[in-house]
Design a protein around this ligand. Structure first.
Ligand code: TRP
Ligand code: SF4
Length: 400
């Protein structure tokens, strides 16, 4: 029940590029072999900033799914779905909104940052303020405990943890909860029960996190408890009631080593990208025209690889032999910049070749893509409904 479940979402922002591939997708592809994974298109999140022009979102969603599949995200391993097609996210978002203090939302750093950055848009909307809460609903509805995200999203995961805690605190106390928890402790058996209570005290009195972790591990190993009792005991540990929603953790993605064509981080807003669908001609042209060490004005001028964005690309695409060739040939002006760029061009094309071939195949079979997403949405809905049953029950809304 508390096994690792990974969930992550991406807003449909147009063609994915090599920055997404090296920074996010390769990580997802690795995770899908190690964990139960759910990956989704956050199309409602795109609406928080593009409410004035929503018509491109659907097409961008399909194209992004094709990019995921082409890059190697495997629908037989990971569940792929579209946020707006699992409307339970909206119900949870609504219910959570009732207990979310406005101050918590206003304090999320991305709120003010983005408002200041995207000045051409009016972002003083209800939906935009609620962005992190919608994200919390996305995560909590699957009881996902690991959320791979970049550094910028860490405050949102922290916010989700606080929301889960507050929810459990407010609604996790069933009538007679204390007695039920004590009865469940007895069922652990003498030795384990004693250990559990000791560790609980250590955590609650001294804030000993290690004791909390050991107690959780002890519960994890325990086999003779019902699920209800187990949940009660997880909750009892931290002083609250039943844990209805699980507190997620950020699974920090290493910052992408993929530099853009100008040496800055690759990003659409810098206009320095190579998209996954870029034609081989365009790839060659973009790399051939990218800037190099400004000291190399003439072919005979010596250069310094460390001052050149092409050298950064060699870090991603070249082996030791090629790197040594650049290290020798650039400062001695033995090689020219175009010559130096050729192995990078070859490396990018080698990487993109199979991705583009798969993208072509999926593009020619839109029904296959639709079916993959339909299956994923159905699986996601089943999981979401399970949580919503518990949430409604805890809030006294099940009208059974
Ligand atoms: N806010 C995320 C981003 O901009 C996208 C997102 C929406 C997300 N819901 C999520 C990421 C849930 C992780 C989990 O990148
Ligand atoms: Fe950059 Fe290579 Fe030219 Fe040196 S030879 S300046 S590393 S492109």
């Amino acid at each position: 029940m508390y096994a690792d479940r990974v969930l992550s979402g991406m807003r449909p922002t147009g063609n994915l590029h090599l920055g997404h591939y090296h920074g996010v997708l390769k990580n997802w592809i690795k995770l899908q072999h190690e964990y139960e994974c759910l990956f989704f298109v956050a199309d409602w999140h795109a609406l928080t900033t593009h409410y004035d022009n929503p018509l491109g979102i659907e097409e961008a969603t399909w194209q992004m799914v094709i990019d995921w599949l082409a890059a190697g995200v495997d629908p037989s391993r990971a569940t792929l779905f579209i946020q707006s097609q699992v409307i339970e996210h909206a119900e949870l978002h609504l219910l959570l909104s009732m207990m979310t203090p406005l101050g918590w939302l206003e304090r999320v750093p991305t709120y003010k940052d983005q408002q200041e950055k995207l000045t051409e848009k009016d972002l003083s909307t209800y939906g935009f303020l609620g962005y992190p809460l919608l994200q919390s609903a996305d995560i909590l509805i699957y009881r996902a405990n690991q959320v791979p995200v970049g550094e910028d999203q860490v405050p949102h995961i922290e916010f989700s943890r606080e929301i889960a805690r507050r929810f459990n605190h407010l609604y996790g106390k069933e009538p007679g909860y204390e007695e039920k928890a004590e009865a469940a402790v007895k069922k652990l058996g003498g030795k384990k029960a004693k250990l559990y209570l000791e560790m609980r005290t250590r955590y609650q009195q001294d804030g000993d996190e290690a004791a909390l972790e050991s107690a959780k591990a002890l519960l994890g190993e325990t086999q003779n408890l019902s699920l209800g009792d187990k949940e009660r005991l997880y909750g009892y540990l931290e002083g609250g009631g039943k844990m209805i929603l699980t507190e997620p953790e950020a699974l920090l993605t290493e910052a992408s080593k993929m530099p853009g064509l100008d040496g800055q981080k690759m990003s659409k807003s810098y206009g320095n990208t190579i998209s996954l669908r870029e034609s081989p001609e365009a790839v060659s042209k973009k790399i051939r025209t990218m800037p190099t060490d400004p000291a190399r004005v003439r072919r005979t001028d010596p250069g310094t690889p460390e001052k050149c964005p092409v050298w950064q690309l060699h870090q991603v695409y070249s082996g030791d032999d090629v790197k040594a060739w650049v290290q020798n040939g650039c400062p001695s002006a033995a090689i020219g910049c175009l010559e130096c760029k050729q192995p990078v061009i070859d490396g990018v094309l080698r990487e993109l070749g199979p991705i583009q071939e798969r993208a072509r195949a999926y593009t020619e079979e839109p029904d296959r893509v639709k079916n993959i997403i339909a299956d994923g949405c159905e699986r996601a809905r089943d999981l979401a409904r399970e949580t919503m049953r518990d949430v409604r029950e805890a809030m006294g809304l099940n009208y059974g």
